[in-house]
Design a protein around this ligand. Structure first.
Ligand SMILES: [Zn+2]
Length: 305
């Protein structure tokens, strides 16, 4: 039976939420930026979604949206981030996340869903962003100057999409991140939190695999997050062409089970008024020195995560 947590805890949760959002500024290097701009009215469209925020913009100015579900982390539950379409040619990473947004209200974790990390890549049908950069090689952790499919950009965190996700993750400090990719069909169990990875692989019924980027992973989001924060980020690779019904009706509930959430009621109360997000005035300071380049095979047809 779904538990109900409406009532007394809702006031506590709201108070904590308002306190948290009263100071929405964080330091990222030398810049001060607000985390996100709330997008009004999303709540009325999807009953599970309690808040939708724009965490940044793509190179072409498309919004990158994060949707909040579940219950507040201040209730003592974990914070989970689910990310799709970091690569724009991996469209099938999104329907399961949309299904979660379209589903019932949840309890058991504070869940943030970013269905489309790379909106310019989705629009163009390309792995990389509008400047030709692989966002999963652009993070300031073991960054290296890579070319081709894995073009890593002129420097670490050179891309606005990368910086948006960095400051978002710095703000919400998730305990778990699942980053969905295609087409390698498996869960990376050779990772920071192996027990969690094994659980995810078992519940999603995907093979256990090692995704080592063909050698050493340079500038990946999961590598950066796992190095910098206490939580653990995990790569989940779907197959080359998973069906819509599988993604929406089978995989989506498995994802929720894997991260420990279930249907339930939590009354968040009204969200605070939207705030403007100032544009960063300067690039963040690179924190990683370029290392020896592990060159990927040129023209590799199906690059992985
Ligand atoms: Zn990918």
């Amino acid at each position: 039976m779904p538990r109900s947590r409406a009532g007394a805890r809702s006031r506590v949760g709201l108070a904590v939420l308002l306190a948290a959002l009263a100071a929405p500024v964080l330091a990222l290097g030398s810049q001060q930026v607000s985390v996100a701009t709330q997008v009004p009215a999303a709540r009325a469209q999807r009953e599970a979604v309690v808040q939708t925020v724009k965490i940044g913009e793509s190179v072409r100015g498309r919004p990158i949206l994060a949707h909040r579900l579940g219950e507040p982390a201040d209730n003592g539950v974990p914070t989970v981030v689910l990310i799709g379409a970091m690569h724009g040619n991996e469209r099938r990473t999104r329907p399961a996340l949309w299904s979660i947004l379209d589903g019932k209200p949840l309890i058991g974790a504070e869940v943030w869903v970013i269905p489309t990390y790379n909106p310019d890549g989705i629009a163009a049908g390309t792995r990389r962003n509008a400047r030709g950069v692989d966002l999963n090689r652009n993070f300031p952790y073991r960054w290296a100057p890579l070319d081709g499919n894995y073009e890593s950009g002129p420097r670490p965190a050179s891309e606005p999409e990368t910086r948006a996700v960095m400051r978002f993750l710095a703000r919400v400090r998730p305990d778990r991140i699942l980053s969905f990719h295609q087409p390698l069909h498996g869960v990376d169990t050779d990772t920071k939190d192996r027990a969690f990875a094994e659980r995810v692989a078992r519940i999603l019924r995907l093979p256990r695999k090692t995704f080592d980027c063909g050698g050493v992973c340079h500038g990946t989001m999961t590598g950066w997050f796992n190095d910098r924060y206490a939580g653990s980020a995990l790569t989940v690779e779907l197959g080359p062409a998973p069906g819509e019904a599988y993604l929406r009706d089978v995989l989506a509930p498995r994802i929720l089970r894997a991260v420990g959430v279930e249907p339930g009621a939590y009354e968040w109360g009204p969200m605070p008024e939207p705030t403007e997000e100032p544009e960063p005035t300067q690039e963040p300071t690179p924190t990683a020195e370029p290392t020896a380049t592990a060159e990927p095979t040129p023209g590799e047809p199906t690059p992985g995560s």
